[in-house]
Structure formats: structure tokens, C-alpha cells
Write a protein that binds this ligand. Structure first.
Ligand SMILES: [Zn+2]
Length: 135
């Protein structure tokens, strides 16, 4: 992983493509450089192999509204947070539990788009080295 020099960079870049080693997130691996110094991009860089989603080979997935901002986000991209709540008052619940009652605690789901999830600290921005390497 080194920046190809000005001379002979084309052959080294081509060699990398032929060897199949071009799949890297570093931008200079996706660049062909002619002897005149012209730069031509071969393919667009990709931050994540999955594109931040979990749909796999599926073409399309249904849309879900973000709880916070209302944006429509594909279901496989959304960040889901489960929160549980009590139907009865905490003091009363303590008494009931002491007397041996079972209290159901239903769960609600909150769906966050990526920007809202980052805003609320549900998922964090990770540096290139901290990201899961799939490529
Ligand atoms: Zn949102």
C-alpha cells in the first residue's frame, strides 16, 4: 500500500487491477495515472461493501419512517432501538411485585435514520481503520 510514483505508475496500477488487489478504500488504488500526469478514476470509491445496509442481494426493501425526523429509510438500513416501559406507577409496581404479581412490560421500537442515530449517539462515526473490513 504505497502511493505509486509518477513514472511507471500506470503499469503498477494496471498490475494491481489484474491481480485483483484494486479493491481498497484508499483513493489512489482506484486511479490510473498517465505519464503526462493525467488522472483517470477507474471506479468510484466505496466506503462500505454493504453500503451501510443489510439487504444482501435483495433488490429493494420496504420503507420505514424515522421516529425523530420522519424521513423514509429502507428497513434494512434503519437503526432499531427497543425500549421497555411500565404500565403501572413505579411505587405501585413495587408493591404488586412484592405481593407476587407478574407485571408485563411491553416493548416499543424506535426507528432512527443514520443521521439521527449518530446525533443521539446510537451509532458512532468510525475511522477507516475501525470499520469492519469486508473487502
Ligand atoms: Zn431521522
Amino acid at each position: 500500500m504505497s502511493i505509486p510514483s509518477e513514472t511507471g505508475s500506470k503499469t503498477s496500477a494496471l498490475g494491481q487491477i489484474l491481480n485483483g488487489e484494486v479493491a481498497s478504500a484508499l483513493w489512489w488504488h482506484n486511479v490510473l495515472r498517465s505519464p503526462l500526469g493525467m488522472v483517470r478514476r477507474i471506479r468510484m470509491t466505496k466506503k462500505r461493501k454493504s453500503g451501510g445496509r443489510s439487504k444482501g442481494g435483495k433488490g429493494r426493501s420496504e420503507l420505514v419512517q424515522c421516529t425523530n425526523c420522519g424521513m423514509l429509510v429502507p428497513r434494512d438500513k434503519i437503526k432499531r432501538v427497543t425500549s421497555r416501559f411500565s404500565l403501572v406507577d413505579p411505587a405501585l409496581a413495587r408493591e404488586l411485585r412484592a405481593s407476587g404479581a407478574y407485571l408485563a412490560r411491553p416493548s416499543t421500537f424506535k426507528y432512527y435514520c443514520v443521521s439521527c442515530a449518530i446525533h443521539f449517539g446510537i451509532s458512532k462515526v468510525r475511522a477507516h481503520d475501525e470499520r469492519r473490513r469486508l473487502y
